[in-house]
Each structure stands twice: as C-alpha cells, then as structure tokens.
Design a protein. Structure first.
Length: 476
C-alpha cells in the first residue's frame, strides 16, 4: 500500500510506540524537491533543519518503507550527524582527503543511523522484508555496514574513516592498473548498469550535461552516491558559501547543535506529557544531547578571542598606506598587515569560594583555548587575594594543575599585573578571568584598555554589570 508523506506522518502520530518521531518531524519545515530522488533531512540557507522530499520517489514507496524512512531521518538529528559532519569537514585541509570524505559521508551516516534502528527489540521480526529489501520493496533496501565489510554498531566517525581508508586503497590500486571494482561491485550503478546522466544527483531536465569525469575519486563518488541517492547533499548548505572556511563550518555546527537540542527537548517534554515511550536505543543519546549546555561557552569565548584577533593590525609591507599612496617621491610603505600573533592573559580565581569543580571548569577552558587558537601566546595567573602561580603556556602539557591559593578574593592584583604587561613587549590583547564573582569589581584606576571577559561559574555572580563581557560556564 502506497501513501503520501502526510499520511505517513499521521500514522506516526497515531502509533503510541512511534509518535515520538512524529513530534520531531513536526518541528521541521517540509520542502518539496522534485528530482531529488529521495527523502532527506538537511539544512536550508538560513541554517535551519528541513525535511526535503521528492513526490515521485515517495510514490514508489510502500507504507512501511515511508514510515521507516521518516524515522531514519530523525536518527540523523538525534545523533548530531550534520554537526559532526561539519566538524570533520572543517578539520580536513588536503584536497584529495576532502574528496574521499565527501564520497563516503552518505554511506557512513546511513550505516550509523540504520544500525541503531535495527538494534531495537523485535525490529528484524517486524520489518525484515521492508528494511533489507524484498519483492515488496522492488529490491530497495536500507544501507547497512555489512555491505561494505564494516563492523556493526560503530559510530559515524569510525565508519567514515574506515571507508575513507578503503577508498584511498581502491584509488591507489586503480592508479597501479587494477580494475575499478569495490568489493566486486562496479563503481557505477548498483547492478553493473551504467547510470543515466544525472541519475541520483537531483539534476533537473533540460540542463547541459557536464563531461563525464572518469577519475578515481569521481567514479567512487558516483558509486556511493548511487547507493544513497546523494541524500545528504544539503548538509553544508547553511554556510551560504561555495567553499566555507573552517571557522564558518564550526560556527554552523554549533548553531545546529543548539537547534537540535531545542527541537529534541520540546519533543521529549510533549511526549512525556502524553505518557508516550521513547525507543530504548535512543534514550541514552537523547539524555546526552539534553545534558549539553544551552550556550556552547567554549565557542562563545573563542568568538571573543577571534574577534579581537581579527582587529589587530601592525605596520608591514602587504597592504600599502592609503595616506601615503600617490604622494610624489614617497613609497606608500610601511602600510598595515594583519598581525596573527595574539596574547591572552588568563586569570583563574583560586580562592576558598571556588570549588574543585569550579577550578576544573576554568582549567578546562584554558585547555580549549590552547586547542582552538594555534597562534596564541598564553600567560596564566592563579590568584585569590594575591597573585600566586604566574607562568607562560604554549601547550596543554605545560598547564600547572596544582591549584595555589584558597584564601579570600581580590580582583585587583591580576588587573594591576595586566597594566604592567601592557607597557612591555608581551602586551596582552585580552584578559580572561575565570571566577565565581564573589568579590567587588576591580578599582576604576586598575581597569585595562583591552577586552575583558568574565568566565562565571555555574552558581557564581557577575562582579560588574558595566565592565567586561560575561559568559556563564556550564558543566559538560
């Protein structure tokens, strides 16, 4: 029995064991995409989750296939597959590695999501014919790891890197003269058939077809995309750029994590009110998602650092001086160029009111900054009512995890030291103070002419509403 998208959605709403999925899907905008050849969750150009669907594709599906497909898309959201994909993409710098990554990401994400679906109690007994392919589905089947010689129940990243390694090996063998076979399956077309132009890629009719690319990476991409209908082609769309940089990709990933958390939290609250049940296999993933902080404070802090970093200029030869440009007999140099060096003065409150957990949070953020800002020079101070440990950090293994202090609290000593440093060659660009805030704000004469960020502990207070930026730390 074939049904429409709205009918499949209505069924999920009415089925007590499945209506949690309906609550999540109801939060997504649904966009008709003729020629897409599939049903797929993605993001639009505004960076919002969207459910794309091709009416012609849905018309081929049996009722149960459609219901399972809708649930499959929900798994991508709960498992954070799109943010995790963007995080991985932002970490790649080699062009060939990026090509391998893009060629297998569809399969890796589908294997990870489908593994959790089929791990549900009684799933195979109830849905075997519809999930693995049969006459009832005209041979259509969901992607599973065994097809690609992968182990069961592995996370997205593991499948991704294992497939990338396989692609690298297959490409090298092809370049050495071997046939372009991948586990005895042709690289193009699932059953030895050459796909027609545009098949599985979502191209419309009447467009000029590009010359066929027979390079190893293109043939591998064609193979994997044919297997999945390239259903995740909208996963990086929210960046709004053809080639977004790493910072833009990470920013979009963080934004999507917040949106996914909000969507799932609302769905869970509504679901529990109706006394519905959530599939056991998803329970721990949902709990982990809802335990995340509502504000990603490491990213917020990195934004302040990056913003200040981007505004630093120094005299140099890369950009001529506009004031001197055109003056006869005078070269318009030195001009200005971006100064990539950056110095952070990081103060950690080690007074008696700071718990061990509070100090750990402050030290964790110190580690995050080192990982996030490779060009940074870090000067660290531990302080209660006076300065104690003062040292420079260039790598995580140089952090002193021995907390000195545990007396009263006085914010002035770090600010006085900062003013001293501003007169020297190691002038800081930003002062970050991790504290519970239980002390008077620094004296006006001790305040500094650089950005100040107060990192406030979960139960702390803001020391000054009118001085500095405030970020509330939350435990991971």
């Amino acid at each position: 029995m074939k049904i429409s998208l709205s009918e499949g959605f209505t069924y999920l709403q009415s089925a007590k064991q499945r209506n949690f999925f309906a609550r999540l899907i109801s939060a997504l905008s649904r966009v008709e995409q003729p020629g897409l050849g599939t049903l797929a969750v993605g993001i639009n150009r505004q960076g919002k989750f969207v459910l794309y669907y091709d009416p012609a594709f849905l018309g081929k599906l049996h009722f149960i296939e459609l219901v399972l497909s809708l649930e499959h898309e929900v798994y991508h959201i709960i498992l954070d597959h799109i943010p995790r994909y963007l995080d991985l993409l932002s970490s790649l710098v080699d062009d060939e590695e990026k090509k391998r990554f893009q060629s297998v990401m569809n399969v890796a994400a589908d294997c990870a999501g489908n593994e959790l679906m089929r791990a549900e109690n009684g799933f195979d007994d109830q849905y075997k014919d519809w999930f693995y392919g049969s006459e009832a589905t005209d041979g259509r089947a969901f992607i599973i790891p065994e097809t690609f010689n992968l182990a069961r129940l592995q996370p997205f990243e593991i499948y991704m890197f294992q497939l990338m390694a396989q692609v690298k090996k297959a490409t090298k063998q092809f370049q050495n003269g071997a046939s372009m076979d991948f586990y005895s399956l042709p690289m193009k077309g699932g059953q030895g058939q050459e796909p027609s132009p545009g098949q599985g890629q979502g191209q419309g009719q009447g467009k000029e077809q590009k010359k066929e690319d027979k390079s190893p990476s293109a043939m591998l991409s064609a193979y994997f995309n044919e297997k999945t209908n390239d259903r995740h082609q909208f996963w990086a769309q929210g960046c709004g750029e053809e080639k977004p940089n790493a910072e833009e990709l990470q920013g979009l990933a963080d934004k999507l994590r917040q949106e996914a958390t909000s969507i799932v939290r609302t769905a869970v609250e509504e679901h529990l009110k109706s006394r519905g049940t959530i599939p056991a296999g998803l329970q721990e993933y949902i709990e982990a998602m809802l335990a995340r902080p509502t504000i990603p404070w490491p990213k917020a802090l990195r934004d302040w650092v990056s913003r200040t970093h981007q505004s630093k200029l120094e005299r140099g030869m890369s950009r001529p001086s506009r004031r001197l440009h055109g003056v006869p007999d005078i070269l318009p140099f030195p001009g200005h160029e971006r100064d990539r060096r950056f110095t952070i003065l990081y103060a950690l409150d080690t007074s008696g009111s700071m718990s061990t957990e509070d100090c750990k949070l402050g030290l964790t953020e110190l580690v995050n900054i080192i990982h996030a800002e490779p060009d940074v020079s870090l000067h660290v101070m531990y302080c209660d009512a006076e300065l104690h440990t003062v040292y420079k950090v260039e790598s995580v293994d140089q952090i002193d995890f021995t907390i000195a202090g545990r007396g009263g609290t006085d914010f002035n000593p770090p600010f006085i030291r900062c003013r001293e440093l501003l007169r020297g060659e190691s002038a800081p660009d930003i002062l970050i103070y991790a504290t519970d805030g239980y002390a008077p704000a620094p004296e006006p004469d001790n305040r500094v002419p650089i950005p100040v960020v107060w990192l406030i502990t979960p139960t702390g207070q803001v020391p000054s509403e009118d001085y500095g930026h405030h970020i509330r730390m939350e435990p991971f």
